[in-house]
Ligand binder design. Structure first.
Ligand code: SF4
Length: 741
C-alpha cells in the first residue's frame, strides 16, 4: 500500500538529477546551478558543506509501517543521523553525500515515496489533521482527499515552477487541527444539505509578514477540491511575484491585489477551470476500524534508524493504515482496537519508547534551527533541549497545561510554527557591548480554530539564555491563575498582555561581556555567537529576515512618532533612523557596537556610494544630535528599502554615478575625500571647496590620521568656520564643517 501515486515523469527527473550530480561532482557545473535543480527535488544542503538533507513527502503524515522499515533500511546504508519528522509531517534523512542522494532517490521510488517538491518553488507536502479519522469533532475523514490531491498535483509539471512555495492543508473539523487557516490554500470539512464539502481558505501563511488565510468560499462541494486548487495555483502562477522571492508567497499577491481584486482573479480563473471539465479527484475512502490512538513523543522530532526499524517491525503485523506523523513532530499510531493498542503500548514501553504526551515537556516543538538549517539564526533545537529539563516540574495532572503548546523557530521563517504556539519564540540577534547576542522574540496567545485563528502577540525579546527561566515563570503563572476549563487563549485575554510583558521585563537585560559571557553563546554551543557567519546560508534567508526585521522596526518607530509628543517623537525618529541604518550593514559583514556606530558605518559605507548623498544630512543630524523631521526619516527608509530591493544575489548594491555622488544637496552639503593628500595641500583643497559654498552649507571631508586630522580642523576654525563633527572611522577621520563666512 502507498499513500500517493508517483508520476512517470519521476524517472526522467531522477535521470536528470543524476546527470546534474555527476556534473557537479566533476566540476562541470557550479554550486548554484546544482542548487537550482536540487532544491525542488527536496534536497537541501545542510550547514556542513557538501552534506545533504532529503525531505520525504508524506501526505497528511501518512506512512505504512513497511515504508518506515524501508526508509530506516535505505537511510541506514548512507547515514547514521536519525530520521527527522518536520512540522509539515514530512520525514527527513540527514547527512548524506551528493552522490548518495541519487541512490536514495531511486530506492525511495521503489517503495512509493519521493522527495520531489520537498523544497523550492513547488507544491509542498499536503498536510492534514493529525487526528484525521478519529477526531470526535470530525465532519469526515480528510485523508482520502489529501491522497488524491497529492497524486494529481505531483503529476503536473507546473507544480514545480511556481513563483514560490505553495502549501496546502486539510482539516477535518472546526478545530482546524490541520492548520488550514494558515496555509496558502486550506480546506476545512463541512456538510451542507447532506452534501460533503469544504470551507476554503487562501493566502494564509506564517514566516515573514504572516497572515491568517481569508475565507475564499463558505462552502464548496467535495467534487470542487481539484478545480479550486487548480484555480488558486493558476492565479499564483500567473500573477505571483517572480522577481522578489521575499514578496512572492500567495499572501503577498493577495496584499498587493487587495481583497476585491484577488477574489475577482480567483472567480475568473475558477470559471475558466470549471469550463475545462477536469476529472474530479478519485476519492477512495476506507473507514477506520477504531477511533483509538496512541502518541509517541519524539524528542526534537528525531527517531534513530534502530528505533524506526524496531517500531516498524512491531507495527507491521498490526496493519497498514495505522501510522502517521503529526505537526508536533511526534508519531501517532491509530485505527487499532483498544485492547490491541493497550498491548502495543506495553510492548513499546518495554522497548524503551515513551508513550503519551501528557507532560508539557513532551509538547515543545522546534524547527531544525541553525545547527543544520543554513537559514537559521539561533540554535532552536538546543534551546528546546535546555528548556525541557526546567519544564519537567510541570506535570499535567490537573490539566491546566493541557491546551498549551510551546513552539520555537530559529529565525522568523516560522518552520517551528512559533506564531500559532500558545507561547512562541523565534530567533534573532542583537548587538550589545560590541558583540552579537543570540535573542528570541517572545509571542503569547497564538490560537488555531476555524474563524478564530490568530497569531500570538509579540511581547518583546530576551536573550536566548533567559528563555527557559521566562518559560517556567509563564507556566507557573498559568498554573496559579488559570481557571479550571479555561483555555490558554482566554486566560491570556482575561489577564491582559501587560502581565506577560511585566514578566518578560525581568529577563530583558543583557549583561556586559565581562559580567557574564554566557549571554554571548547560544545554547549548548561553545563558539561565541556571530551573525556574520550566518551569511553563508542556502539563500541567506536568515540575513534577509534580519534586514526585514530592522526595516519593520524602523517603520514601527516612524508610525509611533506620528502620534507622540515632541520629546518622545524626536527619540522615536532617531530610533527609526538607527534601525534603518542597521538594516543593510550585515550585507557588508559589519556588526556595529551600538546605534551611533551603526549610523556612522552606514553613512560611510552607503551614502555617496549606493545612496544619494542627500541622505547624509539625516545621518549627520543623527550623529550630532540635530533635529530630524519625520519626512526625512521616511525618505531615508524609503531609499534604503529601494536599495535593498536592488540588491543582487551576491548581496551587492548598484553604485550611484559619479555625478550623483558629487551632487550638492539642497542644504549645500558636499563631500571630498582628501585621504592621501599631505599637509598643507589638504587644507588648501578644503579652503578652495569652501570658497565655492554658501554660508551655512556643510562640507564633509575625509582625512588621514595623524597630522592631517590634527592640522586641518584647526586651520579651518582659524578661518572662521565651524567644525560640526569630527570622528575617527577605522584608520582615518571624517570632519564635518559648516561654512560660516
Ligand atoms: S524557522 Fe528558520 S531556522 Fe528554523 S528551519 Fe525554518 S528557516 Fe531554518
Amino acid at each position: 500500500m502507498t499513500f500517493y501515486d508517483l508520476p512517470e515523469s519521476l524517472n526522467t527527473d531522477i535521470e536528470n538529477y543524476e546527470k546534474l550530480v555527476n556534473n557537479y561532482l566533476s566540476g562541470a557545473i557550479d554550486k548554484n546551478r546544482f542548487k537550482a535543480f536540487r532544491v525542488p527535488m527536496g534536497i537541501y544542503e545542510q550547514r556542513k558543506n557538501d552534506t545533504y538533507m532529503m525531505r520525504i513527502r508524506l501526505p497528511g503524515g501518512n506512512i505504512t509501517p513497511r515504508q518506515l522499515a524501508n526508509i530506516a533500511e535505505i537511510a541506514g546504508k548512507y547515514t547514521a543521523a536519525p530520521l527527522h519528522i518536520t512540522t509539515r509531517q514530512d520525514m527527513q534523512i540527514h547527512s548524506v553525500s551528493a552522490a548518495d542522494t541519487v541512490s536514495i532517490y531511486r530506492e525511495l521510488q521503489k517503495i512509493g515515496l519521493s522527495t520531489r517538491g520537498g523544497g523550492g518553488n513547488t507544491v509542498r507536502n499536503i498536510t492534514g489533521s493529525p487526528d484525521a479519522g478519529y477526531d470526535p469533532d470530525e465532519v469526515f475523514d480528510i485523508t482520502p482527499y489529501i491522497q488524491a490531491l497529492t497524486s494529481r498535483l505531483i503529476a503536473e509539471p507546473d507544480s514545480w515552477t511556481l513563483p514560490r512555495k505553495f502549501k496546502i492543508a486539510f482539516s477535518g473539523s472546526h478545530r482546524d487541527t490541520g492548520l488550514a487557516s494558515v496555509n496558502d490554500l486550506g480546506f476545512i470539512a463541512k456538510m451542507k444539505d447532506g452534501r460533503r464539502g469544504f470551507s476554503v481558505y487562501a493566502a494564509g501563511g506564517m514566516g515573514i509578514k504572516p497572515q491568517i488565510g481569508i475565507k475564499l468560499l463558505d462552502f464548496a462541494g467535495e467534487d470542487q477540491v481539484y478545480n479550486i486548487t487548480r484555480a488558486v495555483k493558476n492565479i499564483f502562477d500567473k500573477y505571483g511575484n517572480r522577481k522578489d522571492r521575499h514578496h512572492a508567497r500567495l499572501r503577498f499577491l493577495y496584499q498587493d491585489s487587495g481583497d476585491a481584486l484577488f477574489r475577482e482573479k480567483f472567480s475568473t480563473e475558477y470559471i475558466e477551470v470549471k469550463n475545462k471539465n477536469y476529472a474530479p479527484l478519485l476519492i477512495n475512502e476506507i473507514p477506520l476500524q477504531s477511533k483509538n490512538f496512541l502518541e509517541i513523543p519524539l524528542l526534537l522530532g528525531d527517531i534513530s534508524m534502530t528505533e524506526a526499524a524496531e517500531l516498524a517491525s512491531i507495527l507491521i503485523p498490526c496493519g497498514e493504515r495505522i501510522l502517521r506523523t503529526g505537526q508536533n513532530q511526534n508519531i501517532i499510531i491509530y485505527n487499532l482496537p483498544p485492547e490491541k493498542l493497550g498491548q502495543l503500548e506495553q510492548t513499546l514501553q518495554r522497548k524503551g519508547f515513551k508513550t503519551g504526551c501528557k507532560k508539557i515537556s513532551d509538547r515543545i516543538t522546534a524547527c531544525a534551527g541553525a545547527s543544520t538549517c543554513r537559514l537559521g539564526l539561533c540554535l532552536s533545537r538546543n534551546l528546546l533541549l535546555s528548556a525541557r529539563s526546567s519544564l519537567e516540574q510541570f506535570t499535567d495532572t490537573s490539566g491546566y497545561l493541557d491546551d498549551i503548546s510551546i513552539k520555537i523557530s530559529g529565525c522568523p521563517n516560522a518552520c517551528g510554527q512559533h506564531l500559532i504556539g500558545s507561547i512562541g519564540f523565534f530567533g534573532a540577534a542583537k548587538r550589545h557591548d560590541g558583540k552579537s547576542v543570540p535573542m528570541y522574540h517572545v509571542m503569547i496567545g497564538g490560537n488555531i480554530a476555524e474563524d478564530n485563528s490568530r497569531f500570538g502577540t509579540k511581547i518583546g525579546s530576551i536573550p536566548a539564555k533567559n528563555v527557559p527561566a521566562l518559560l517556567s515563570e509563564i507556566l507557573q503563572k498559568t498554573a496559579d491563575a488559570k481557571k479550571p476549563g479555561e483555555n490558554f487563549s482566554s486566560f491570556v485575554s482575561r489577564l491582559g498582555l501587560s502581565v506577560f510583558c511585566d514578566l518578560l521585563k525581568k529577563y530583558e537585560t543583557i549583561p556586559d561581556y565581562k559580567q557574564d559571557k554566557s549571554f554571548y553563546f547560544d545554547w549548548l554551543d561553545n563558539r561565541e555567537f556571530s551573525i556574520s557567519e550566518k551569511l553563508e546560508g542556502e539563500c541567506a534567508a536568515g540575513l534577509f529576515d534580519l534586514i526585514d526585521y530592522y526595516i519593520d522596526e524602523s517603520k514601527k518607530f516612524i508610525r509611533e512618532s506620528l502620534s507622540a509628543d515632541t520629546d518622545k517623537r524626536n527619540q522615536l525618529i532617531k530610533n527609526a533612523v538607527a534601525s534603518a541604518a542597521n538594516s543593510l550593514l550585515i550585507t557588508k559583514g559589519l556588526e556595529p557596537k551600538n546605534d551611533q556606530e551603526a549610523v556612522l558605518l552606514f553613512r560611510d559605507h552607503f551614502t555617496g556610494k549606493h545612496l544619494d548623498r542627500s541622505h547624509g544630512k539625516t545621518l549627520d543630524n543623527y550623529l550630532i544630535g540635530g533635529e530630524i523631521s519625520p519626512a526625512e526619516s521616511e525618505n531615508l527608509l524609503a531609499a534604503i528599502e529601494a536599495l535593498y530591493k536592488s540588491m543582487d544575489n551576491s548581496l551587492r548594491f548598484p553604485e550611484i554615478t559619479d555625478s550623483a555622488a558629487e551632487k550638492i544637496n539642497t542644504s549645500g552639503k558636499i563631500f571630498r575625500d582628501f585621504r592621501g593628500v599631505a599637509c598643507p595641500m589638504n587644507f588648501v583643497k578644503t579652503k578652495l571647496v569652501l570658497e565655492t559654498m554658501k554660508k551655512g552649507d556643510l562640507l564633509e571631508i575625509q582625512l588621514d590620521d595623524g597630522a592631517p586630522a590634527e592640522n586641518v580642523p584647526v586651520s579651518v576654525k582659524n578661518e572662521g568656520h565651524k567644525i560640526i563633527d569630527q570622528r575617527k572611522t577605522g584608520g582615518w577621520w571624517k570632519i564635518v564643517i559648516e561654512k560660516n563666512i
